[in-house]
Design a protein around this ligand. Structure first.
Ligand SMILES: Cc1ncc(COP(=O)(O)O)c(C=O)c1O
Length: 496
């Protein structure tokens, strides 16, 4: 069979139809509907405080999302109506000032507009020579400036800090074992071993699992009274691991732990890593951005000595989800870890395929969106001073909450506001069962959304003040509502 005949045999049998596209037939009608969608969201944002923090979607609403594949399209107007009816009221709630669960950013109206513009442009930021890539490089430059890293540090947007921690683990792996590990794997190498505190985020252990190093080879070190990694214990564990023939390669310091916001002694860790020739990575998911506030910056002293930093713009900077970032002091090792020689990614001396470093050389993603635009808009629109102030304000609000808890007859403090997180418990609730009930009640009444974590094995109530909209008066209302909830639960138990 000739080659051309073979190609024809393989060609799909597509019926001939009039040519068409997916653009609106009537651009002016589309414009009106699009503006209505934007107005809807502006109204929502400007009135967010008046809504419940959260409410569960009823079954009838969930049923809307069990439908079959739509064969025919609908007008945009109808979809915006459905969005308003079925989606808007049942969101996660993190825009609300009384959302204090986990570590969620609150977004900004400016970020929303930037996200819409980016979607309009629909840039693929995996690579090539176009302006979106320059915007991403600008963010890396700004971070290098903020963290006092060298100007030629490399950086890449990823989904979030979980992914940035994974990128750190594999870059540090390349640093320890050389580029050959990419093809040869870990079989021939000494067993790598890394270190983080017991309070470090679970994504680090997961990174070890996915990178093939093994979760058991992330040593979880004890913490001191301030929940910071015990540096002497770290030193001893490294020595033991070396004596056992393992290959220590990475220390992960936390700049703001997820449970309590504690910050490891970053300077001391940097010193130790320099002496032991270990890669020093910092998980600074939210806390790294303390550098933007002159009041908070001293808390993260030593961050400027890290080999790499993972952080999120979608947390304390309120860039719309998602916007994680990995910053690396060693661009060469970073590139060696991810660069591909695939023919379809070849660089050209001129034209769209020019430019030697593409973002796909710096992380696992090839196709990727224009996360840099909403981050650039956020920095440009608000400026570092205002953003830093908003961050510092959340810490002041957390201090106010701490003092309310200290004066409460119902609650006791479990972890005070090191940064923006306060953990507390119903007095005498040794099992944490009441704490869990209170949190669920607050969620279901839509009054506030703290979350639960475990401290010293006990479930406790955790309030992470991340939201730029949260005020001290919100904490007054929160504590009143939480105390009332305890009273109600006790009354119901006494009555049953
Ligand atoms: C300290 C810390 N590290 C890592 C993460 C994971 O970040 P992400 O959810 O953006 O993947 C979080 C999330 O809250 C965190 O607080």
């Amino acid at each position: 069979m000739s080659r051309s005949a073979k190609i024809e045999d393989d060609a799909p049998n597509v019926a001939r139809r009039a040519e068409t596209d997916l653009d609106p037939k009537d651009w002016e009608a589309f414009r009106r509907e699009a503006h209505r969608g934007l107005d809807l969201m502006i109204d929502y944002l400007s009135h967010v405080r008046r809504r419940k923090v959260w409410q569960p979607a009823p079954d009838s609403v969930r049923a809307r999302f069990r439908a079959g594949l739509p064969q025919k399209g609908k007008p945009l107007a109808g979809l915006i109506d459905e969005f308003e009816q079925f989606i808007l009221p049942y969101a996660n709630g993190n825009l609300h000032p009384l959302f204090m669960g986990w570590v969620h950013g609150a977004g900004t109206p400016t970020g929303m507009v930037a996200e819409m513009l980016a979607a309009g442009l629909n840039a693929n930021c995996g690579g090539r020579d176009h302006i979106a890539i320059e915007v991403e490089k600008q963010i890396a430059l700004w971070l290098a400036e903020a963290f006092e890293f060298p100007r030629d540090s490399s950086g890449v947007f990823v989904t979030g800090t979980s992914m940035a921690n994974f990128v750190a683990a594999v870059v540090a792996r390349t640093d320890a074992l050389g580029e050959k590990v990419r093809r040869g794997g870990l079989k021939e190498a000494l067993q790598l071993v890394g270190y983080a505190s017991q309070e470090a985020h679970g994504s680090i252990e997961r990174a070890f699992e996915i990178a093939g190093i093994g979760g058991a080879y992330l040593r979880r070190l004890p913490v001191d009274r301030s929940r910071r990694m015990d540096v002497e214990a770290l030193r001893g564990t490294i020595a033991k691991d070396r004596a056992a023939g393992l290959l220590p390669f990475l220390v992960v310091g936390s700049a703001g732990t997820v449970n309590t916001g504690s910050i490891d002694a970053l300077d001391a860790l940097a010193e130790l890593c320099a002496g032991e020739d270990l890669w020093f990575h910092i998980d600074g998911a939210f806390g790294a951005l303390c550098v933007l506030s002159p009041d908070l910056k001293p808390l993260v002293k030593g961050i400027e000595r890290a080999d790499s930093i993972a952080l999120d713009f979608h947390k304390w900077l309120h860039v719309p989800y998602d916007a994680g970032f990995f910053l690396c002091r060693h661009p060469q090792v970073h590139r060696q870890t991810f660069m591909s020689t695939a023919a379809y990614l070849a660089r050209a001396p001129r034209g769209l395929a020019a430019a030697d470093i593409w973002p796909c050389d710096l992380g696992p993603d090839l196709s990727r969106g224009f996360r840099a635009l909403k981050t650039w808009f956020t920095f440009e629109a608000y400026g570092v001073e205002r953003l830093g102030d908003a961050i510092a304000q959340t810490c002041r609000v957390a201090q106010h909450l701490e003092s309310l808890i200290e004066h409460s007859a119902v609650f006791e403090l479990c972890a005070g506001a090191r940064l923006n997180i306060v953990c507390f418990s119903v007095r005498g609730d040794t099992t944490g069962e009441l704490n869990r009930e209170v949190v669920m009640d607050l969620h279901e009444t839509g009054v506030a959304a703290p979350s639960i974590t475990r401290l010293e094995g006990r479930p406790v109530i955790r309030a992470a003040i991340v939201n730029h909209r949260t005020r001290a008066a919100d904490m007054d209302a929160f504590v009143v509502a939480a105390e009332a909830s305890v009273k109600q639960i006790r009354a119901a138990r006494a009555g049953s």
